[in-house]
Design a protein around this ligand. Structure first.
Ligand code: NAD
Ligand code: IPM
Ligand code: MN
Length: 373
């Protein structure tokens, strides 16, 4: 079969710990499924800053543009909190997303039955949950201009004398393309999209609502579309999350709502993501895969991190970048089986307690489950 090119960027904190388990999974698929991966490794975030003085080098950026898929662990940490804004680890990640134009960030939240008692919500509310948040990833308040921290010269009443500015800005084209991603994905699921914004207070929210509706009416009349204010959406996600199928929302709301959705699945350590852009010459989208969680400085270096979010992110790479849907499902099933066997990292210690396994043991168990077929 073809060779798949991959750039692995483990990053900081628990990033390298969870990525080491993904490498075991990649090795398993190479050895047992005849897949061939051309794997490159690089630095991003604080680890890149330490080595090169910047959170992402131009060389690594160019490499990311050239591969079939990028796998990223996590970036950031207290060590880098006081760096100049442009040098912060997070800027490296944001540059990758922006320059690769990865506008559609897919964040599925699925509650595995074995974990239904581990959510902070009741089993009845979360059991069987399977929703997909599609977060716009390259625009909105994350990137809008003007931005910055300035002296507030003409305002003597401003104690402290400074102003911090960010701009929420969306073009119709940016909204339409991510809406299309959501509708396409909905067609392969339960055919329902709920769009979230705050059209009651923001003009960009009004445009968002109108453009999503336009795409639905003109291109996806078969898909059911509803609209919800994002604050109500946050409440509904906790009240009755199973009412949703696909949620499409902007960059910042999507960031918040997906962290909230994480707890519906038992742990932030369970949530994978795919960030997809426009199709490349080979027809596959530009793509980066990363867990939703961060570098977890509070547990880094202790072998406690749950590698499942990162492993399931690789499953998404198999599905969306390599067209290996069967392999993706096999990997997801292996994770499900290991959880059903009661294997738990520390973040998944529920009401009944027990002895957690380490990051590395969890990876080994998932690979063993793959071998059992
Ligand atoms: P975080 O996601 O790193 O951690 C939040 C909480 O969840 C912590 O208690 C952590 O221990 C726990 N947690 C996260 N992932 C886990 C896992 N795999 N297994 C077990 N427990 C896990 O968020 P934070 O603490 O707000 O941020 C820490 C740093 O990470 C910051 O610098 C932030 O900017 C960065 N960050 C990076 C990304 C990314 O690289 N994509 C995402 C979010 C945050
Ligand atoms: C995420 C993170 C990032 C974001 C940060 C680290 C830039 O929170 O991927 O969810 O805000 O998008
Ligand atoms: Mn986030």
């Amino acid at each position: 079969s073809d060779s798949y090119s991959l750039l692995i960027l483990p990053g900081d904190g628990i990033g390298p710990e969870v990525m080491a388990e993904v490498v075991k999974v990649i090795d398993w698929f190479s050895a047992n499924r005849g897949m061939s991966f051309d794997v490159r490794h690089g630095l991003v975030g604080g680890s890149s800053y330490d080595a090169h003085g910047v959170p992402l080098t131009d060389d690594t950026m160019a490499l990311a543009q050239s591969v079939d898929a990028v796998l990223l662990g996590a970036v950031g940490g207290p060590k880098y909190d006081t760096l100049d804004f442009s040098l912060k680890p997070e800027r490296g990640l944001l540059r990758l997303r922006k320059e690769m134009d990865l506008y559609a960030n897919l964040r599925p939240a699925q509650c595995f039955d074995a974990l239904a008692d581990f959510s902070s919500l009741k089993r009845d509310v979360v059991a069987g949950l399977d929703i997909l948040i599609v977060r716009e990833l390259t625009s909105g308040v994350y990137f809008g201009e003007p931005r910055g921290i300035h002296a507030d010269d003409n305002n003597p009443d401003n104690e402290g004398g400074r102003v911090g500015i960010n701009t929420q800005r969306y073009t119709s084209g940016e909204i339409r393309r991510v809406a299309r991603s959501a509708f396409e994905l909905a067609r392969k699921r339960s055919n329902r999209v709920c769009s979230m914004e705050k059209a009651n207070v923001m003009e960009s929210g009004i445009l968002w609502r109108e453009e999503v509706q336009w795409v639905r009416d003109n291109e996806y009349p078969d898909v059911e579309l509803s609209h919800m204010y994002a604050d109500n959406g946050a409440m509904q996600l906790v009240r009755n999350p199973r009412q949703f199928d696909v949620i499409v929302t902007d960059n910042l709301f999507g960031d918040l709502l997906s962290d909230a959705a994480a707890m519906l699945t038992g742990s932030l350590g369970m949530l994978p993501s795919a960030s997809l852009g426009a199709p490349m010459a080979n027809g596959r989208p530009k793509a980066m895969y990363e867990p939703v969680h961060g570098s977890a400085p509070d547990i880094a270096g202790q072998g406690k991190a749950n590698p499942i979010a990162c492993i399931l992110s690789f499953a998404m790479a198999l599905r969306y970048s390599f067209d290996e849907g069967q392999a993706a499902s096999d990997l997801e099933r292996a994770v499900e089986r290991v959880l059903a066997d009661g294997v738990r990292t520390a973040d998944l210690m529920g009401p009944e307690g027990g002895t957690p396994v380490s990051t590395s043991q969890m990876g080994d168990r998932i690979v063993a489950a793959l071998s059992q077929g």
